[in-house]
Design a protein. Structure first.
Length: 509
């Protein structure tokens, strides 16, 4: 009992109204006010909000556009091979719509809810990273359109969908699909604010998700926030959900001999931080079991009897692709994905200085990943209801270590124009044995490597709702991070760099 009281007391000491409690704009009373101010479209405590962000750009090493891709093509891509002009979606923020509400039912107590989704401005389709993979399944690499991995998989509410209770004294508790604590922190401490066109940590999502970009949103999750004066505290827990599929140790196995697996994809995280004068800082820890990374579309056919090469058994990667004597695929590979599964831990520190004209940002995250304690099998569910027809649970021979750091500065000129410079770097270690990491042996994706990105852009606010921007991002990779296909040496990126100037506009309400 004494420990329980101590925990409650500490919780009151670690919270921040400055960081997380933002003032709500007054409701709009006319069309003119909506067009010229930042008033809210609010009716009886329910607010409609959204944004439309689109531009045009050029990339030095890109791919044909994909209508499901919501991140654009600014970051160096393993399959990018050709310079091209293109429509650039969601450059500073994700286009989409949302509805949120807060209704007081007792003095100091309110019911809260939020539902929001991302829409691709170039196609009108729901944001869907998984579909960018599946539409390329079975195609030769030279015929790919742009494919990504990310947390949005075409769900009706692919950003957030939650409800809960809020108290002015005891904090806010919500349940549903919610942004991870790492995502919240990234948006606060990234100089580019998570802008896909100019921010590596916004575009990639590895940092926000604590190791894998799909985990920057958590389904079936409880989230608690408590604010008190200049400090804040947050905690989050995800309940396991979905199917674990099945696996077998036999080289010639069937549905009858495939052992069922359970989903153990629970997760938890904590955030402690605060502010003093012009400084603020946060420390975040996240742990996620059975985290999934989808790196590549399913490979093309080996023979007419084998639709896709990469339909494999987890654990031992025995093929189950309908070859001679093996029978039909256990899982129909059509519209499925191929995933690498790990258990992830991540610790992050981020800080910011807010001056009259200058804002300075810096952050660092250390991620360590291991093969999952509880493996997944073929037929396991991924985000958005997608099925994994190929699974790797033994991708790591040793612990994979990832280091990400970033820094940047934002300068405001005459209150309406912001100039932002950002720099990001990710490093990884050798995590296969023997490492076989030399020019003569051929680098693998498991070798140590580095990714760098620098960006510079200007954003001018014509009104409270409409702004225009122009900028450039340059990124490049080396070592194992410059290898496109895991495991095999000699399959490098088509190009190890990408230069991406972009110009466009955004309307937000």
């Amino acid at each position: 009992m004494r420990k329980a009281y101590l925990f409650i007391a500490l919780s009151f000491l670690v919270s921040s109204s400055l960081t997380y409690a933002q003032a709500t704009p007054d409701p709009c009373t006319s069309g003119h006010e909506f067009a010229t101010t930042d008033c809210a479209l609010t009716w009886h405590g329910i607010t409609l909000y959204g944004a439309y962000d689109v531009g045009v750009g050029w990339v030095s090493h890109g791919l044909p556009e994909n209508g499901y891709n919501y991140e654009g093509e600014s970051l160096v891509n393993r399959n990018g091979y050709q310079h091209r002009f293109l429509v650039a979606p969601n450059n500073l923020s994700q286009s989409g719509l949302g509805i949120r509400g807060k209704e007081e039912f007792l003095p100091g107590w309110s019911v809260v809810f939020n539902g929001s989704t991302g829409i691709n401005p170039q196609s009108g389709l729901l944001a869907n990273a998984s579909a960018t993979q599946t539409v390329n399944n079975g195609l030769p690499r030279s015929s790919y359109s742009y494919a990504i991995d990310g947390p949005r998989a075409g769900q009706p509410f692919n950003d957030e969908y939650y409800a809960g209770i809020s108290s002015t004294h005891f904090g806010t508790l919500t349940f549903g699909r919610q942004r991870a604590l790492g995502t919240d922190t990234m948006l606060l401490y990234d100089p580019a604010g998570g802008a896909y066109a100019f921010s590596y940590i916004g575009y990639n999502g590895t940092m926000a998700g604590g190791g894998d970009t799909e985990d920057s949103r958590w389904d079936t999750a409880l989230k608690y926030r408590l604010a008190y004066g200049p400090v804040h505290f947050g905690a989050m827990y995800k309940v396991a959900n979905g199917s674990g599929g099945c696996y077998s140790a036999s080289a010639t196995w069937t549905a009858a001999t495939c052992t069922p697996e359970s989903a153990h994809n629970n997760a938890y995280g904590f955030d402690v931080g605060g502010g003093y004068s012009k400084f603020s800082a946060d420390i975040v820890f996240q742990h996620y079991n059975q985290a999934i990374s989808v790196l590549n579309p399913l490979l093309g056919p080996q023979s007419p009897a084998a639709p896709y090469q990469s339909t494999t058994d987890s654990i031992n990667t025995n093929p189950i692709n309908g070859g001679p004597g093996l029978g039909p695929n256990l899982i129909d590979p059509n519209n499925t994905v191929y995933g690498i599964v790990t258990d992830n831990n991540a610790a992050m520190f981020a800080a910011k200085y807010t001056g009259e004209r200058f804002k300075l940002f810096a952050g660092y995250e250390y991620i360590w990943q291991n093969n999952p304690k509880d493996p997944l099998g073929v037929g396991a569910t991924d985000q958005g209801g997608y099925i994994m027809s190929g699974v790797e649970d033994n991708n790591l021979d040793s612990e994979k270590l990832v280091n990400i750091w970033w820094t940047g500065v934002k300068y405001t000129y005459r209150s309406k124009t912001d100039f932002t410079f950002s720099w990001y770097q990710q490093r990884q270690n050798d995590f296969r044995l023997p490492p076989t990491c030399s020019p003569s042996a051929g680098f693998r994706a498991s070798c140590a490597g580095t990714l760098n990105e620098g960006s510079l852009y200007v954003n001018h606010h014509f009104t409270k709702r409409f702004d225009g921007f122009a900028g450039i991002a340059y990124s490049w990779v080396s070592g194992g991070l410059a290898i496109a296909i895991p495991h095999g040496p000699g399959v490098p990126y088509y190009s190890n760099n990408n230069c991406a100037p972009t110009i466009g506009g955004r309307f937000a309400f």
